[in-house]
Design a protein around this ligand. Structure first.
Ligand code: ARG
Ligand code: GLU
Length: 720
């Protein structure tokens, strides 16, 4: 008994210690849960200043940007700030050989030069509300998971309808704590968002993938947009008559900087975290899913690299693809190292052992929670095998570009075989396929993809004892005597989907009987084998297991909260608005190595290498450096600060989020995490986890001094 309670105390202490800076908190609950701590850490504003429905507050300046980033309003004329990598797609779309904004940067010198971006929207939160009671109304303990789901869905539909009737808002109800709580979010979406400014890539993407996920960092990762509205200050589709949005609040920008120990908070839209998984799940992710995904991506990246080095065209064609593959590849490597270093699986196992004992000590608890951990174990046994199959299927099979592309023609084949398909319908689909084809081949290099095919298949089959390979692939390979190169060569020689000229001709002269060509195409046949294996052998089973997992996880969450009544729980990130807070802080990544909490322009000059694409320094920046011409943007010690780190708990989606000081003034823009801390999506370590932010003074310096767009700085509210 004594040992038991000592352990509990030790566990509790370790939570108190390690959870102090961890967490992504709901703005609506700050006052109740966090305000005293935030104030004790130095915050000078109140929770009500951050989120209020009675008066304007900081939340009125925070935006969900596009599909997965955050942005903030920084002037009373709707000017907004986000990351360069968040605006990358828009900057790229406006770029051409004559106007290469990606390379040279873009600055609208007046409003008429600001560029519209069809398809881009930003969303403001109007209010949020705890609707748990109403969502769970009529849900009874005896219900099956399916009945429960149906009831909840119906209740949510009513709530969402209610929230949007008689206004122009959007509304969504989202589950928290795995369905233990529900919150309603009422939102306002703006569709006329124009590009205002972007630095050249050798500032906005300085360090590229080499420095990605790393500290020390020197990337000027920002871009500027503006929200336009109709004359009533309401959202409207693009129109030349639209005017800049007048926000309820815009963030004042502070030139005071941040030093070690200063309180900071991040206000934005973190995407996904999974902090309350059982040990079996963390083991599944880090020991079974990540390793093959890391290996397969590594192979793909070295193929990309070798072809990109040989040709400028291929380098441009594959730069965005490379960045995407590399980003998650590097994240997974960091995550696995972090989980190991933290002994995360062992820590979770110890917690589960205590949880089991706690449950067993009381008959009522035992009934509720006694079987949970063994059930998780059984479930993840089944889950792991399926997830490994899925990982190979996606990271090997579907990473071959021609597979996804060929399969997208299945719809055309199906429609062509339909007797009653109208010519108009067929025309429409054909036009869509033609434009998809142009987009596909614009960034496609056949020899590269052929090499990827051979390598991916060879790796997949090489692990055939541990993973289920689609039957259709096995039959196909048999014809080539296990020679992957020969197989690849044959497929790429014969398939029309790997050949732009042949496919163009085929589509230009397309007749309904063309479906036969599609169905007997070797790439289409292989792609169909992969996809049907996925639909029949993986997806349905994963769905079933997911339902079971969600219901176990829901009960486990309730159980954990009862087991650790003094622990302050925060809900996992789910792309809803959150506040994370912490302090500007340095760290020790490994024995004897100390990382300072900020970087300076000196570091850019240290990294400079005119021969390496990622480390070319913008000439104008160098001039300003040599003249030490930093104006009012210099730090007190005379240096130009580039980036800083702090212990705010962030994740993907927090890109572009404002980093604010104790007064709620903007001091930075979040854009990354340090490599040693990337496991924080599964377990946070206050010793090692840091978010990386652009220093706002460097951002203003680039706008004003480097680009000569000082008129934009004049719009802002600057605190000197
Ligand atoms: N790691 C950052 C994030 O997860 C930046 C990614 C973009 N930059 C890049 N070099 N790929 O989004
Ligand atoms: N770069 C990430 C993003 O695009 C943020 C880094 C992170 O995952 O914390 O959201």
């Amino acid at each position: 008994m004594k040992r038991f309670s000592l352990l509990i105390v030790a566990l509790f202490l370790s939570f108190c210690f390690s959870f102090a800076l961890e967490g992504m908190w709901l703005p609506i609950l700050l006052e109740q849960l966090n305000e005293p701590e935030m104030k004790s850490m130095g915050m000078r504003i109140s929770a009500e200043d951050i989120y209020s429905i009675n008066k304007s507050s900081l939340k009125d300046a925070i935006l969900l940007f596009g599909r997965g980033c955050t942005a903030e309003i920084i002037s009373d004329e709707g000017l907004i700030l986000t990351n360069h990598h968040c605006g990358y797609g828009q900057i790229q779309r406006h770029s051409s050989l004559e106007n290469d904004y990606l390379t040279n940067g873009f600055w609208a010198m007046d409003r008429s030069q600001e560029l519209p971006n069809p398809g881009l929207s930003v969303t403001l939160l109007i209010r949020m509300e705890d609707v748990t009671k109403r969502v769970l109304q009529g849900v009874e303990s005896g219900m099956t998971e399916q009945q429960r789901e149906q009831k909840i869905k119906a209740n949510i539909a009513v709530l969402e309808k209610e929230a949007t009737s008689g206004n122009k808002y959007g509304a969504r109800v989202r589950p928290f704590y795995y369905g233990n709580e529900y919150y309603l979010f009422v939102t306002q979406t703006f569709n006329d968002v124009r590009l205002v400014g972007a630095p050249p890539s050798n500032i906005g993407k300085f360090g590229g993938d080499t420095d990605n996920w790393m500290w020390p960092r020197h990337t000027g990762d920002f871009s500027l947009f503006r929200i336009y509205v109709n004359k009533d200050n309401e959202p409207a589709e693009y129109s030349a008559d639209n005017v800049p949005y007048k926000p309820k609040h815009h963030l004042p920008v502070s030139l005071k900087g941040a030093e070690k120990g200063d309180f900071t908070f991040v206000f934005g839209y973190p995407g996904t975290t999974q902090e309350y998984l059982p040990s079996f799940a963390v083991e599944m992710i880090t020991a079974h899913e990540n390793p093959p995904a890391i290996r397969l991506r590594g192979k793909r990246l070295s193929i990309f690299d070798s072809y990109m080095q040989q040709s400028d065209l291929v380098r441009i064609q594959y730069s965005a693809k490379h960045a995407g593959v590399a980003n998650f590849w590097k994240k997974m490597i960091g995550e696995n190292r972090g989980i190991k270093r933290l002994d995360a699986v062992e820590k979770k196992q110890a917690l589960e052992a205590e949880f089991i004992k706690w449950a067993a000590a009381d008959p009522e608890r035992n009934k509720l929670y006694g079987r949970l951990i063994p059930e998780f174990e059984k479930l993840y046994g089944e889950f792991t095998a399926l997830n490994v199959d899925e990982t190979y299927l996606i990271e090997a099979g579907l990473s071959i570009e021609v597979m996804r592309f060929a399969y997208s023609f299945g719809q055309l084949a199906a429609l062509s075989q339909k007797k009653d398909a109208s010519p108009e319908e067929l025309e429409k689909l054909l036009a869509r396929q033609q434009s998809a084809m142009e987009g596909h081949f614009k960034n496609y290099h056949k020899p590269l993809d052929q090499k990827v095919f051979a390598e991916m298949m060879s790796d997949w089959f090489g692990h055939g004892d541990a993973v289920n390979i689609p039957a259709g692939l096995q039959t196909a390979l048999a014809k080539y005597d296990g020679n992957y190169e020969a197989w690849a060569e044959d497929v790429f020689k014969k398939s029309i989907f790997a050949d732009e000229a042949r496919l163009t001709l085929f589509l230009n002269k397309y007749k309904k009987s063309g479906y036969k060509t599609i169905l007997k195409d070797p790439a289409f046949i292989l792609a169909s084998a992969i996809y049907s294996h996925y639909f029949d052998k993986i997806q349905k089973d994963i769905e079933k297991l997911t339902v079971r997992r969600d219901s176990l996880q829901r009960v486990y969450m309730t159980g954990l909260m009862a087991f650790q009544p003094d622990r302050r729980f925060y809900p996992d990130a789910n792309s809803t608005l959150r506040v994370s807070y912490g302090q500007v802080d340095d760290y020790f990544p490994r024995d004897a190595v100390h990382y300072r909490h900020y970087t300076t322009l000196e570091g850019i000059m240290e990294k400079e290498d005119p021969d390496i694409y990622d480390y070319v320094v913008e000439p104008r920046l160098k001039e300003l450096y040599q003249a030490k011409d930093y104006g009012r943007y210099a730090a007190a010690d005379g240096t130009m600060r580039i980036a800083f780190i702090a212990s705010n708990h962030t994740t993907g989606g927090n890109s572009g989020s404002p980093v604010l000081n104790a007064d709620g003034h903007l001091i930075g823009v979040n854009f990354d995490r340090n490599w040693e801390g990337t496991m924080s999506d599964l377990m946070y370590d206050p010793d090692q986890c840091r978010n990386i932010s652009l220093d706002i003074r460097y951002c203003l310096f680039v706008i004003d001094k480097m680009a000569g767009a000082g008129h934009l700085v004049k719009e802002m509210t600057i605190i000197e």
